[in-house]
Design a protein around this ligand. Structure first.
Ligand code: NAD
Length: 264
């Protein structure tokens, strides 16, 4: 068989630099023959994101701040003009004011709650609706989530609540879009050393804790996240929709670590 993504075209949202999960996924997809378009948040991000997108052969590389819905509309208008139809979307973006990724969830402000929810959760629904209009032959959509959605991770705070809502929206979107053969899934990654990851206080402790207490004894690599994304975006997974798929070295199955791993 040929490359898994040959003849497929899709949009990658959320590349900030070479450590971004979006970039790790894009690299694997491009390696399997996908034709990619990219969005980056704004000019400051573009300086690093645009050359990375170009290195993967992209011709459509556009700024898009999801707080500004007109910039989202412009992206899909361009894709409609250039491509007509598309096959997949990767939504790998999130935001919370760093000052609230420390301390208690109880102290979250209304303003940051709203911004975090719009950027980290509702933007996926807005993107999915527009992308599905360009998927008359079906397609696959993927968003990135984290286990702080269902269980408490200290300092993850409002992002955990936003990820819970994001995962619920994956299920509702999957139900809405199944009739048109559009699949919608989330990939729940273990902690990764990225710009967004570094925004969480005590990120290093979290990283080391999950590494120590996961069955595989390490955190996932960008290529491993990319490989799972390839499965979810390609025809390998044509009966999979509405899923939250863990790529976390098995950390989520553990209630208590091996006694010898616990320091008394
Ligand atoms: P990253 O910093 O490389 O990417 C985050 C991206 O979000 C950046 O490109 C940034 O420009 C974009 N973004 C933020 N606000 C935006 C806005 N208003 N409009 C458009 N784009 C905006 O970090 P990452 O870790 O690769 O994050 C990608 C996704 O993966 C996020 O959803 C994150 O929550 C999720 N995730 C990360 C980890 C981790 O440990 N790093 C684990 C699980 C899930």
């Amino acid at each position: 068989p040929g490359p898994l993504m040959a003849g497929k075209r899709g949009l990658i949202m959320g590349v900030a630099n070479e450590r971004s999960i979006a970039y790790g996924i894009a690299r694997v997809l491009a390696g399997q023959g996908a034709e990619l378009a990219f969005t980056y948040q704004g000019e400051a991000f573009g300086r690093r994101a645009v050359p990375l997108a170009e290195s993967l052969g992209a011709k459509i590389i556009l700024p898009c701040d999801v707080m500004d819905i007109s910039s989202v509309d412009q992206v899909f208008e361009r894709l409609k003009e250039e491509w007509g139809t598309m096959d997949f979307v990767v939504h790998a973006l999130a935001f919370s004011d760093r000052s609230e990724l420390k301390g208690r969830y109880a102290d979250t402000s209304r303003e940051n709650f709203i911004n975090s929810m719009v950027i980290s959760c509702f933007s996926f629904t807005e993107v999915a609706k527009r992308a599905s209009d360009l998927m008359p032959n079906g397609g696959s959509m993927l968003t990135l989530t984290y286990a702080g959605s269902t269980r408490v991770v200290p300092r993850y705070n409002v992002m955990g609540v936003a990820k819970a809502a994001l995962e619920a929206s994956v299920r509702y979107l999957a139900a809405d879009m199944g009739v048109q053969n559009v699949r919608v899934n989330a990939l729940s990654a273990g902690p990764m050393r990225t710009l967004a990851g570094a925004g969480i206080s005590d990120a290093r402790v979290l990283f080391n804790y999950q590494k120590m207490h996961s069955p595989l004894g390490r955190t996932p690599t960008l290529d491993e996240v990319g490989g799972a994304a390839l499965y979810l975006l390609s025809d390998l997974s044509t009966a999979v929709t509405g899923e939250v798929h863990f790529v976390d070295s098995g950390y989520n199955i553990i209630s208590m670590p091996e006694p010898e791993r616990i320091q008394e």
